[in-house]
Design a protein around this ligand. Structure first.
Ligand SMILES: Nc1ncnc2c1ncn2[C@@H]1O[C@H](COP(=O)(O)OP(=O)(O)OP(=O)(O)O)[C@@H](O)[C@H]1O
Ligand SMILES: NCC(=O)N[C@@H]1O[C@H](COP(=O)([O-])[O-])[C@@H](O)[C@H]1O
Ligand SMILES: [Mg+2]
Length: 386
């Protein structure tokens, strides 16, 4: 099968490697040369994926069987046409289109499906934001409707933060929509990603929940399994099943939840492998999240997902702007037991850009905090040099 991969970062690179291993053809697309997945794909294209005409032309040129979005910033409205042409958009045109914009997915989850979410409002001006803040209460979180990895996101604690938050969100917004969501701050005890695998001819399966810690809206460490009560887990699984069913199609979804004293809150979801799910590269499961996504897409049956080990991932971040950065400390991380790592091979670095990840596994009997600590220490051994 021929797969057109839209987005070629670290997640796409691992997906491409999984696809190559079972003989699939991958064309990797992104906005810059030598993106991680391009380094391992059969062919590549460099376009602005928000440009619908540019998308049309590469779809016409390559005639793929599958279109696999890897990022959100794509002119996803065109996906409905591609589906009509007989191409399978993964997981579905609706899933990719709805999750590109926080408004579409939030209204679907909260209004249509009745899932519990933080109280929220939308705003198209600083004045509207003021009203929204009043409605949801402080503290609250402001995010552009179109952004990811925490870009343009900030927390309002006092009246004086509102204008700053508006300006920051507008600057961090991508796409052509100038609108934000303001959400009540959820005082969560922890947050999880529930990797949910929707299959074409077989039941939906769940991976063991993944815990994670975020800074600046971006994940720092993730671990599997996360500590969660059975009641919360069933509630999260039920919500994940409802929202993935409403979006349609087959594939792996990363469904994000907050765990609070007052139950589980739905936050958002990725209709594709999730960054926090890179912990599965540590060998925690019988199949990692990329293999699961691929199998679900190709309608290859997944009989079960088994948790084999406890694991943790910790990110390796850049500190400076550089071209073709180099890495030191690789021999140190390589010397550690039960530890592995990935360097994504991004051609440039900038402060806080994720350049690699440390991966640690251990017995399921080991306290998960210890596994996370080991992953953090391992990640700290590697430095990105300019
Ligand atoms: N309403 C909220 N209350 C408390 N914390 C929040 C809230 N919304 C977001 N956060 C924090 O910010 C993080 C990032 O938020 P969110 O997942 O909505 O952003 P994102 O830009 O889509 O990130 P990504 O694309 O990496 O998933 C969350 O994982 C959580 O830690
Ligand atoms: N939370 C979404 C996420 O983790 N996406 C992953 O990061 C890449 C972009 O990285 P970059 O900004 O360093 O190019 C994306 O291509 C995807 O692999
Ligand atoms: Mg998120």
């Amino acid at each position: 099968m021929k797969i057109l991969l839209l987005g070629s970062g670290e997640l796409g690179k691992e997906f491409t490697i999984s696809a190559q291993r079972i003989g699939q053809i991958v064309i990797a697309v992104d906005s810059y040369e030598n993106a991680p997945a391009m380094q391992v794909a059969h062919d590549f294209e460099i376009i602005n994926m928000l440009d619908g005409d540019a998308l049309d032309s590469i779809v016409a040129k390559h005639q793929p069987d599958f279109i696999v979005p890897e990022i959100e910033a794509i002119r996803t409205e065109r996906f409905y046409d591609y589906e009509k042409q007989g191409i399978t958009v993964v997981p579905s045109a609706k899933a990719a289109n709805f999750t590109m914009n926080r408004k579409a997915i939030r209204d679907l989850a909260s209004k249509e499906l009745g899932l519990k979410t933080a109280k929220y409002r939308y705003a198209t001006t600083a004045e509207e934001l003021q009203k929204g803040v009043k409605a949801v209460g402080m503290p609250c979180v402001v995010k552009p409707l179109m952004s990811s990895s925490g870009k343009g996101q900030s927390t309002i604690k006092t009246e004086a933060d509102i204008e700053k938050a508006w300006n920051y969100a507008v600057e961090g917004s991508r796409g052509d929509v100038v609108e934000v969501i303001v959400e009540a701050f959820v005082k969560f005890n922890s947050e999880i990603t529930l990797l949910t695998v929707v299959q074409n001819n077989n039941p939906t399966l769940f991976c063991a929940p993944i815990g994670h810690r975020q800074e600046r809206g971006d994940y720092q460490e993730s671990w599997q399994p996360a500590l969660i009560s059975d009641k919360d887990l069933y509630e999260a699984q039920d919500m994940a099943e409802k929202v993935t069913e409403a979006l349609g199609g087959a594939g792996l979804f990363g469904v994000e939840f907050f765990l609070t004293d007052d139950g589980v809150y739905f936050s958002e979801l990725s209709p594709r492998p999730h960054d926090t799910g890179m912990v599965t590269l540590a060998g925690t499961q019988n199949f990692n999240e990329f293999e699961l996504h691929l199998r679900a897409i190709l309608s290859l049956p997944i009989f079960e997902i088994t948790l084999e080990k406890a694991g943790a991932s910790a990110v390796i971040l850049a500190t400076e702007n550089a071209t073709n950065p180099t890495y030191s400390g690789i021999e140190k991380i390589a010397a550690l037991p039960k530890t592995d790592f990935r360097i994504f091979g991004k051609p440039t670095s900038r402060p806080y850009r994720r350049m690699g990840v440390a991966l640690v596994n251990d017995s399921l009997k080991t306290p998960i905090e210890e596994v996370v600590e080991k992953a953090k220490k391992a990640a700290n051994l590697v430095t990105v040099n300019s």
